[in-house]
Design a protein around this ligand. Structure first.
Ligand code: ADP
Ligand code: 5GP
Length: 215
């Protein structure tokens, strides 16, 4: 597979605002797409199959694991979640940047397989703010919210494994920061095809030196 697009991994505690931020990127930043994960969790009232997640039974999920159809997968708060290999390959072979909104276990697996990806950790301004968001979202039971809050501190402790840290306090600022990261990563010299600089005469044509190295 020839990778043309960049891979951005956006991770952080549940309820911190990852999907809000990623969906805004896809809406605002051209040439970005969000990978649609598979999950055994049931759909929430506002979720659409194939758009927010592909909702499947556990037996089918386990079959996909056996067939090696996930780039990464993890059990998160009692449900299984995974990033499908085929869709990711297809997306990255086009010139579109792909965002993965995944938990910390998944991010660790992707770090091993895609060292060239860009890793962004999103943190809440405080645990209290996180609790307010999880309660405000009103989609999970108090038992589930409690479990999500307990894991949050452990996840935040590992923020140094990521390239960037976004404090999602004010959504507009956090959105701008994520957009800036994407834009900056796109213009890194190591990633750019700079042949046009020679074609336009902005740098000299390569000359062959005596030892045959092209400079
Ligand atoms: P995650 O995908 O990380 O689980 P969500 O994107 O679903 O989190 O956000 C959880 C809740 O917090 C949602 O109701 C969302 O509207 C809200 N939210 C996201 N960012 C902020 C913010 N900066 N300030 C206040 N509420 C926010
Ligand atoms: P939720 O049930 O709130 O949609 O998601 C719970 C957690 O699972 C979130 O932290 C989310 O980022 C994570 N998640 C969603 N899709 C995937 C995936 O494909 N792989 C992994 N490892 N985590 C995922």
């Amino acid at each position: 597979m020839i990778q043309k697009g960049l891979l951005f991994v956006v991770s952080g505690p549940s309820g911190v605002g990852k999907s809000t931020l990623c969906k805004t990127m896809v809406a605002q930043v051209p040439q970005t797409m969000l990978s649609v994960s598979f999950t055994t969790r049931g759909p929430r009232p506002d979720e659409q199959d194939g758009v927010d997640y592909c909702f499947i039974r556990e037996s089918r999920f386990r079959e996909m694991i056996q067939r090696d159809q996930f780039v990464e997968w993890a059990e998160v708060y009692g449900n299984l979640y995974g990033t499908p290999q085929r869709q990711l390959d297809e997306a990255m072979s086009q010139s579109t940047d792909v965002l993965l909104d995944i938990d910390a276990q998944g991010a660790r697996q992707i770090m091993k397989r895609f060292p060239g990806a860009v890793y962004v950790f999103v943190t809440p301004p405080s645990l209290e703010a996180l609790r307010t968001r999880l309660c405000g979202r009103a989609l999970d039971s108090s038992d589930v919210i409690q479990r999500r809050l307990q894991s949050a501190s452990e996840e935040i402790a590992n923020f140094r494994s990521y390239h960037y840290l976004i404090r999602n306090e004010e959504l507009t600022k956090a959105t701008k920061e994520l957009e800036s990261i994407i834009c900056a990563e796109r213009v890194k010299t190591e990633r750019l095809n700079t042949q046009w600089l020679r074609q336009k005469g902005l740098i000299e044509e390569p000359t062959i030196k005596e030892n045959s190295t092209i400079v």
